[in-house]
Write a protein that binds this ligand. Structure first.
Ligand SMILES: Cc1ncc(COP(=O)(O)O)c(C=O)c1O
Length: 393
């Protein structure tokens, strides 16, 4: 007999993506389903060298318990990086977390009571939906498109619901690849300014920019009520599990308490290795390599769509990041498309899990960071055939 689980577990959607990833791992399957960075670009040798160096420098000190806030040197490095971007974030306001995913969990823990209103993007990041569902938040989805966040809907929800939080991924969003245009950022900030709603800007992809255009962070637009989430997962490696939250003082204090209750502190060995890697290497040069690879892969995917897909299928054209979002004609189901595509050994993630309680949506996410150019061309050709079969039904 299974135990009686807590009520909060009944609100958490299971990871539909994991189920799809099982298919993605089948031999000969071309997968656009994963959300992983490309491991051939991991700076493994440099991390090996950093690891040797920290052993020589700190010895068994590496394995002692350490501060809940995280390694000072690493927090200082992150504060310096923000400064280079024109953002004032003192190291005292930075908490190192076990990936930025833990940041989401801690924010939910300290801020959300059951039933509290919470704005999230539609489509939105599945990991955030899972993290906040655990705290039984009342999701208030606001659509996003290539024009950014729907400000009319945002204003209406803010007026009627007074939500506690708004969670956004304004740069190269997961799942859609969308970036909020500059005017939209200002319009969103104008609506939020003066309310009690806390703005969360999650930015794991921001450095993976293919174009020269730079956008204003919400931290600049709403300096007193923005919480930033950051991560080394997409720009160095995800496996060391190092992310961070940058939050104003009162929020930071509660986050530290929640962090202690959760896991005392983030792995100090991993933090030391990451910091040494950052000290000894040119991160921007490394990011440039990732950007060169991903932007070429994105171009190939996008050109395949323009060449092979029926004209009524539209896609985003991401300026960075790892994902592209496809919209099939109204009424077509991406789940049905997946069934067809799987027969031809191609997979992707249908849009459904990125919405709250919706099924058989006509949208899907394609990841371009992991497959090489030839594989992308082959896979997109197969996907085009599956789409044509679906639309001919
Ligand atoms: C938007 C977004 N936020 C947070 C995360 C979690 O990243 P990590 O916990 O590896 O830092 C991801 C991972 O894919 C993501 O796409």
């Amino acid at each position: 007999m299974p135990p009686t689980f807590s009520d909060r577990m009944s609100h958490v959607p299971k990871s539909f993506i994991r189920e799809i990833l099982k298919d993605a791992l089948m031999p000969d399957t071309i997968s656009f389903a994963g959300g992983l960075p490309n491991r051939t670009l991991f700076p493994t040798e440099a991390i090996k060298a950093a690891t040797r160096k920290v052993f020589a420098l700190y010895g068994n000190g590496l394995f002692q318990y350490s501060a809940s806030e995280g390694l000072i040197d690493l927090r200082e490095w992150i504060a310096g990086r923000y400064k280079e971007k024109g953002l004032h974030v003192p190291l005292e306001n930075i908490l190192i977390t076990n990936g930025s995913q833990q940041g989401l969990d801690l924010l939910g823990k300290i801020l959300l009571n059951a039933g509290d209103g919470f704005i999230l993007e539609e489509p939105g990041y599945l990991g955030a939906i899972q993290a906040f569902a655990l705290y039984r938040a009342r999701f208030l989805p606001v659509p996003v498109s290539e024009n950014g966040m729907d400000t009319k809907k945002l204003r209406a929800i803010l007026e009627s619901e007074q939500p506690k939080l708004i969670y956004t991924v304004p740069n190269f969003q997961n799942p859609s690849g969308i970036t909020y245009p500059e005017e939209n950022r200002h319009a969103v900030a104008d609506i939020i300014r003066g309310t009690k709603t806390l703005f969360i800007e999650d930015d794991p992809y921001g450095d993976l920019r293919f174009t020269k255009t730079k956008h204003t962070s919400f931290k600049t637009l709403l300096p007193d009520n923005t919480v930033l989430l950051g991560s080394f997962s997409k720009i160095v490696v995800p496996g060391l599990r190092i992310g961070w939250i940058a939050a104003p003082d009162p929020i930071m204090q509660k986050l530290v308490i929640a962090k202690q209750a959760s896991d005392l502190h983030t792995n100090p060995f991993a933090q030391c290795v990451m910091h040494q890697y950052l000290r000894d290497n040119d991160l921007d040069a490394h990011i440039a390599k990732i950007v060169t690879a991903y932007s070429a892969q994105k171009e190939v995917m996008r050109n395949s769509i323009l060449r092979h897909f029926p004209a009524e299928v539209t896609s985003t054209n991401p300026e960075g990041g790892m994902f592209l979002w496809l919209t099939l004609p109204q009424g077509a189901s991406a789940l049905d498309l997946l069934a067809l595509a799987k027969k031809d050994k191609v997979c992707f993630v249908p849009g459904d899990p990125f919405y709250i309680n919706q099924s058989h949506r006509n949208t899907l996410r394609l990841n371009y960071s992991c497959a090489d150019i030839e594989t992308i061309e082959t896979g997109m050709g197969k996907l085009a055939n599956a789409i044509k079969t679906l639309l001919a039904r």
